[in-house]
Design a protein around this ligand. Structure first.
Ligand SMILES: Cc1ncc(COP(=O)(O)O)c(C=O)c1O
Length: 430
């Protein structure tokens, strides 16, 4: 019955959404005015890769970790957690806010093992479907780095929150455009009408906590301190997307540096954490959304609202991934194993950066490839133009997004030479 009710509600929903374009009540023509949705720029790359029969093909499009044989990895810590869970798992609903144990452990990773904010119960947090953050936006607009993970735009568009961008990447240096970023944060309210990009006091900002996607460019510790200071002066709210904790340095604690700086400076931040990458739980959709509040009372109130948002969307989050996470993080031995495995993944990527750069230099490329090893995390923002990427795909069966982003995790000792040669060929005349 419940399923039937849902299906009917869904049908009604579609009718309402199609609105004026819904022309006929005959069921055969219900969908005739529906247009195909545009291909997702990232997931579309994988589709094209899978359809290519070439034995040489390489996928450096999608941000998912692969081992040196190009195979997906299930961490040993995850396998062991699953072994322990098996047989002990019932199929009951989780609470709307998800697994309490998983959330508890997840907050320690971001806010610090001995965080006073956790002790004082000042954090409103719920288990989320990985990077679920779209309804969380107290401001009328959101400032997003330029560029950013493409789906950030979809998330805020879907939530009908106007988007603005702030400067982030400097194409010439292939590093951070720190002074432009600071200008965007600092500008006085009186200047606001004259400038397109700058933020008035009290704006809502999205920051990548570490291993920025797509650029692989993070502020230094000193720069984070300056950013945090200016946020304080201007009264901005910082919302951190932390999808790669551990992938930048190999140490999740070190990768939380940006967050810890903001906490030291007394900010009331929000964080979205994901275990897709650092535990390899991509398809399990497990993450955590948290908001640091004034006090416990406010945290209880905010949490009740977060749960309220979850109710019509998915009611309560899935249980399996949350159990895996809480089993690993709740057991000192398993946590140690996981930390070791995160480091292995991060180190392999760092090694591939060195190899790709060396290969390009050995081929005699006249271009500088220093940024390959300067950038960090899963991605290298190569600086290649869309037409060069098109050539890589057409002539060499190498797949990546047209912005030139290379997923370093897709590179291995067998394909790095082939990739370097292809990159050298398409960038020769640049
Ligand atoms: C910055 C950023 N946030 C979130 C995600 C997605 O995380 P999840 O798979 O947990 O939704 C990604 C990558 O896929 C990302 O790059």
């Amino acid at each position: 019955m419940a399923g039937f009710g849902k299906a009917m509600a869904c049908r009604e929903h579609v009718r309402i959404r199609l609105g004026a374009r819904f022309m006929s009540s005959s069921s055969s023509s219900w969908w005739q005015s529906v247009e195909p949705a545009p291909k997702d720029p990232i997931l579309g790359v994988t589709e094209a890769f899978l359809a290519d029969p070439s034995p040489d093909k390489v996928n450096v499009g999608v941000g998912a970790y692969r081992d040196d044989n190009g195979k997906p990895v299930v961490l040993q810590s995850v396998r062991e957690a699953e072994r322990r869970i098996a047989g002990n798992l019932n199929m009951e609903y989780l609470p709307m806010g998800g697994s309490v144990k998983m959330v508890e452990e997840t907050l320690k990773l971001a806010y610090g093992e001995h965080s006073e904010f956790i002790k004082d119960k000042r954090i409103a947090a719920v288990q989320s479907l990985s990077d679920f953050q779209k309804r969380f936006s107290p401001d009328s607009q959101i400032y997003i780095p330029d560029p950013t993970w493409a789906n950030h735009h979809n998330i805020w568009r879907d939530a009908q929150v106007p988007q603005r961008t702030y400067h982030y990447y400097h194409p010439e240096s292939k590093g951070l455009d720190f002074s432009a970023l600071m200008d965007d944060i600092k500008v006085r309210e009186a200047d606001f009408d004259l400038l397109t990009k700058n933020a008035p006091n009290g704006s809502f900002f999205l920051l990548h906590a570490c291993a920025h996607n797509p650029t692989g460019v993070d502020p230094s510790e000193e720069q984070w301190r300056e950013i945090s200071h200016q946020f304080k002066v201007k009264g901005h709210f910082a919302f951190f997307d932390m999808a790669y904790q551990g992938f930048a340095s190999g140490d999740p604690d070190r990768d939380a540096k940006s967050i810890r700086i903001f906490l030291q400076d007394g900010h009331h931040i929000g964080i979205s954490q994901s275990y897709a990458k650092n535990m390899g739980l991509y398809g399990q959709r497990v993450g955590c959304l948290s908001v640091l509040c004034e006090d416990e009372k406010q945290a209880v109130t905010v949490k009740s609202q977060l749960q309220q948002l979850a109710r019509p969307m998915y009611s309560n989050p899935p249980v399996h991934g949350a159990l895996v996470v809480s089993t690993i993080l709740g057991d000192p031995e398993l946590k140690k194993l996981w930390l070791k495995e995160v480091k292995v993944m991060a180190d392999r990527i760092i090694g591939m950066r060195t190899m790709l750069r060396e290969n390009l230099e050995n081929l005699g490329s006249q271009l500088s490839w220093k940024h390959i090893t300067d950038q960090i995390g899963m991605f290298c923002y190569s600086g290649m133009m869309p037409e060069q990427v098109d050539r890589l795909t057409k002539e060499f069966h190498i797949y990546m997004t047209r912005n030139g982003r290379i997923s370093m995790a897709g590179i291995n000792t067998s394909n790095v030479g082939y990739l370097a040669n292809a990159i050298n060929e398409v960038t020769k005349s640049a």
